[in-house]
Design a protein around this ligand. Sequence first.
Ligand code: BGC
Length: 899
Amino acid sequence: MIIIIPRAKTMYLHDLKVNRFNEPTGIDLSLPVFSFCVDGEGAGRLSAVRITVSEREDMKNPVYDSGERSDISPIGFVPEIKFEGGKKYFWRAEVFNDNGESARAVSFFEGGRKSAEWDVPFITTAEDNRRAAAFYRAFALSERDFSGARLYITGLGLYEAYINGKKVGDEYFTPFYDDYRYSLQYQTYDVSAFLREGENEITVLLGNGWHGGRYPAGKNGDGMFGDGFRLSAELVLSGEKADGVAVLTDEKWRELESPIIFSEIYDGEIYDAGKELFDDDGKVAEKAKNTAKPVKISSAPSAEIIPRISPAVCERENFFPALIKTPGGETVLDFGQEITGWVEFVCDLKAGERIKLSYGEALQNGCFYRDNLRTAKAEFIYISDGKRRVVRPHFTFYGFRYVKAEGLSDIELKLQNFTAKAIYSEMPRRGFIHTSDGTLDKFIENTLWGQKGNFLDIPSDCPQRDERFGWTGDAQIFSETALYHADCAAFFAKYLYDMREEQRRYAGACPFIVPDGFSAYEEKRAGEKKKDEIAENVNRVSAAWGDAAVVIPWNLYRFTGDVYSLGKNYENMRLWTDFLFSADENVGGGKRLWNFGFQFGDWLALDADKRKDRDGRRGATDESYIASAYYYNAAKTTAKAARVLGKTEDAIKYEKLAEEILSAIKSEYATSDGGLTVETQTSYALAAIFGFIDGKKAGRELVRLVKENGGKLSTGFVGTAFLLDALTKTGNAETAYTLMLGEDYPGWLYEVKCGATTVWERWNSLRENGEICDTEMNSLNHYAYGAAAAWIYKTVCGINVKEGYEGFEKAEIRPVPDKRLGSVFGEYRSGFGVYSCGYEQTDSDVRFEITVPYLGEAEFFVPEGCSALDNRGKKRTERTLFFKGGKHIVNCIKNPRAG
Ligand code: BGC
C-alpha cells in the first residue's frame, strides 16, 4: 500500500501593521487599524483569527484578547479597546486555517503622548530671525536609572534634533507638511540610547521649510503661513527611579547662532561650517556657546497639535556621478537619474573656502541649465572651516539629475566624495512589471521615479521649480498608478486628512492644492479668513482637481479594502459631492450640470484652441462637459462608498443625484446620431468610461479621432488618464497599444527615447534635439501622464481588483495581449498576498502563468480571440476560469480572425 503523506502547507504571517505603519512609535491611536498578511503554499482558508495585545513582549497578561473569531479580516481590524498614549504595546496576530493549522507573529506599536492635549510650551528666538535658528539646552542625569526615554517634539518650520551631537532619528523634513493653520504634527522618538549619565545636551536646528520663507508665492520672503521659528519639546523618562518629564522647552533654553545662514525650500541653503555647533566629540563647542542668547516663550500656534500621521521621509537610495566638463567649461556631475533629495559630499577644503552646488534637470547645448526652475535658485553653498566633514543640506530639497560644482579645483574634485540621496516618504514597493519591450519597461520605471520624486510628504506636481505644491488634480490622476506601484495607504491617508481639514473650513470645497498654501497666503496678507460663500468657492475649485476628494479615497479603498479608513475619508467624499450639489443649486440653477465657476479643463491638451485660451493650456474639450462628467462620477462614487459603509439613506440620495446628472449630461451633450456635441478624444474617452453614450459608438469615434490625428493622441491631464482604459473597454485595445508603444511625439515613449528618466509635464518638454520647448511651465518630473502605468498593470498584465472584494480578496485577471509584446510579467503584492500574471506568446498561442495568493481567489478571463485548452489540448468553452491559491498554467490558442 502506498501512503501519500500530504505536504504540510506552511502558513505564515508578515507585514503586521497599525494604521499601515510598521512597528510605529508615536502614532495617532484614535482609530488603530491592525492589518497583516497571511501567506502560505497553495490555497488556504482562514477559520479564525485572534488578536492579542499586551504591554509585555512575552504577551503575558494581555490587555486585549479578541478570542478566536471568524469576523476579523487581515486587511483591517480595530480592537474594541482604547489604547493609552505613551506606552509601548506588543500585539500578536494568530491565524487558524480550516486544516487545523495555525500561525502567529508578534509586532509592536506605540501611540503619542500620554496626554491627548499638547501642553508643552513653545519657545522662539528673542529677536526677529528669518534665516534659521538653533536652540540648545544642557541637562544632567545623575544616574542612568531609567529604562526608557522618549522625546516628544514639534516645531515651525522644520526641525532636526540632536542629542549629544547625534541626530535623533533618520527622518528629514519633520514635523512634516500640513496646513499649519489647522494641524501640526509632533513626533515621538525613542532616545534611550542617546542619553548618558552626567551632562547631556539637546540641540535643535530649525529652518523655514514650507512654513516660512518665500514658499509658495512670496517673492519677497513673506512665507505662506508665517515667519519665525518655534520649538516645543519634552523629554520624558520612564523607569523605576526616574519617571516623568526631564526636560521641556522653557526659558532655560538658549538660542545659538546657527551655521545655516540661509535656508529656503526653493532657493536652497548656505551653511557656514565656521559656525559649526559641535566639537569632534559631539559636544556643543565653546565657540558656539559664546553666541548663546536667551529665548522667549512664545504662544502656541493656532493649529491642533496631533500625533504623527506622516510616514517617514528618509534617504532611501544612493546615486553616484559621472563627471562632465561642459563646453562652457563647467564641472557638472551627472547622477544618471532624476531624483528628489540632495547631494551629500565629503569636504576637505581649507577654512573659508567654499563650494557651491547648483541643481538642474537637463543640459542645454551640453551646458548646465536651470531656467525651467523659474525663480527657484536650487543651490547649496558650503563654507568650510578647514575640517574634513560629510556635508548635506537640512531644510531644502532639489529635483535634479545634474549638479554643477563650483569652488573645487580638478584635483580637489574627487567623484567618490559625492553621493546623490533620493529622499521620499516610506512606501514599500507593491507592483512589478517586465515586458519584452525595454523602452516600455523604462517608461514604467520612469513613472515609479515620478512617484518617488514627488512623494515627499505630499503628492506634489513637481519637485524642482518654484511650485512643488500638493496639486489635487495631479494627485488624483496618478493615485491609481501610485497604489499599484507601492503601498502608499499611509501617505494618502495623511493627504486626505489635510484635505478634510481644508474642506471643513470651506463648505466642502476641495482646493487646487493641499495643504492650501494659496488661501493661507491670501488670508495672511488680508489679515482675515476668506469668506466661504459658494459664489466665491466655485472659483477656488476645478473639476478633476477638487475631485481628488472622491477619487483618492475610493482608490485607496479599492487597493486596501480598509473600511475603517473609508469611513474616515467618506467625509471628504460627502463634503465634496454636497458642495457640488449646493453650487449646482445656488449658482448653476439646479441643472445637474457643472457649468459655472473656474475650470482648468483638459489641462495641457494638444488640441488646445488658442483663440479661446491665450496660453493654449486648457485643451479643446468643453470645460463644462468635463466638469459635469466629474460631477457625475463624484455622486456615483460617493453613493458606492455609502453602500459599503451601510449608509443606505446617503446611498439612495447620491444614486438619485447621479442619475439626474447622467440624464442632464445626455440631454445636453448627446447628439441624435448617438454621438456627442463635443468632438474630442477626451470627450469620447469620458463618455466611454462613464457610459454617456453607447460604448461601441464611443469607441468607434475615439478610434476615428485618433486616426484623424495621424494615429496620435491629443489629450491633456484629464483625457490622458481615461484614454487607454476607454479604448480597451470599448474593444479597441489594439489602438491603445499603438498609442502606448508609439515612439514619436506625442506619446509616452517619445520621452523615453529622448533619454527621460522621469515623466515630463508636457508631451514635448524637450524637443528631439534635446532643446527645452518652453521655460515657463515645463518640468521634467511631473507624474500626471505617468498614470498610463495603471493601464499597463490592468490591461497588459491583466491584474485588477474585483469590485465587491476590495483589497484584492479576489482579483480579476484580464490580460489583453498584443502581438507587439512577446512576453509580459506583472505582479502585485496585495494585503491578501501576491497575484501575478505572466505570459509568452507566439503567432498561434499564448501561455499564461498566474499566481494566486494563499487566501486569494482569481477569475481569469480568457482574452478575446483566444481559447483556453484543456489538458488534452482541446478547446475549452468557458471564457472565465476560477482559481484559488497557487500557480496556474493556462495554454491558449489564438483563433484565426473572423473575416
Ligand atoms: C502645475 C500642475 C497643476 C496646474 C494647475 C501647474 O502649474 O504644475 O501640474 O495641476 O498648474 O492646472
